[in-house]
Design a protein around this ligand. Structure first.
Ligand code: KIV
Ligand code: NA
Length: 266
């Protein structure tokens, strides 16, 4: 597989080719996913829930993120690697720079942080220092205690406008990608049209520039037995993980995932 770069991802947006992304936490799955054609691997801080069994992402440390990023890097065969800045590792621009440096040295090609326009100064600081940034907006799980639960965001014209304005400001500050979680499909579409950088959605409808799912969710694995609305089990009817991941990539490219049942209305 050719090595995917940021330039390549920007071109995909321009050409209307959907970007397929999955979370990934170890070398073997990095190998499987990159071989199956997944464009981007995200070392998500969901590893706190998926691998460590916590009930939120808050306990995850930067050391955890570095360890898993380095593991993914070793198994990857050409996908673009993004690593999450975990909770309380980017409270100031300087702390963001320190933490991101560690993720980049472990093998990340981009870092992702959660929040709105208040992150612009950190985004500028990172970009100035050669670190591409993805801004995660909408439902940002590290703020679950502020939201009072995992709730759909961007509902109603005012909230939608606030999200779109934030994305525009983050792009102007240098963000090279936006990830939006759990918003009505109309908001996912409007966001993708409002900025020129790729917008990756999870529970944000079919019209974003790409899709991401948590690997274990799309393989039908779950501790609680309940999957979020936006998840499809790609393992069902398949006899290997490789073919399940391939069918996810194909469904994202063909825009057959997500379908209406996985999306939020206004
Ligand atoms: O940590 C994670 O897995 C994520 C995705 C859900 C987007 O941030
Ligand atoms: Na995350």
């Amino acid at each position: 597989m050719p090595e995917i770069t940021l330039t390549h991802l920007q071109k995909m947006k321009k050409n209307g080719e959907k970007i397929a992304m999955l979370t990934c936490y170890d070398a073997t799955f990095a190998h499987e996913s990159s071989q199956a054609g997944v464009d981007m691997l995200l070392i998500g801080d969901t590893l706190g829930m998926i691998l460590q069994g916590h009930d939120s992402t808050l306990p995850v440390t930067i050391e955890d993120m570095v360890y898993h990023t380095a593991s993914v890097k070793r198994g990857n065969t050409g996908s673009f690697i993004i690593a999450d800045l975990s909770f309380m590792t980017y409270a100031t621009p300087d702390q963001a720079l320190q933490s991101s440096g560690r993720l980049m040295q472990a093998g990340a090609q981009m870092v992702k942080l959660e929040g709105g326009e208040w992150l612009c100064e950190s985004v500028r600081q990172l970009t100035r220092n050669g670190i591409p940034v993805c801004a995660h907006i909408g439902l940002t799980p590290q703020s679950v205690n502020v939201f009072g639960g995992f709730k759909v965001q961007g509902r109603g014209p005012e909230q939608a406008k606030r999200l779109i304005d934030a994305a525009i400001k983050l792009e102007a500050a240098g963000a090279a990608m936006i990830l939006v979680e759990a918003v009505p499909s109309s908001v996912g579409k409007a966001l993708s049209e409002a900025v020129s950088v790729p917008v990756i959605g999870i529970g944000a409808g079919v019209d974003t520039d790409g899709q991401v799912l948590v690997l274990h969710d799309m393989l039908g694995l779950s501790i609680t037995g309940r999957a979020p609305k936006f998840v499809r089990n790609f393992m069902s009817g398949k006899d290997s993980i490789q073919s399940a991941i391939q069918s996810y990539v194909a469904a994202v490219k063909a825009e057959t995932f997500p379908s209406a049942e996985h999306c939020y209305a206004e």
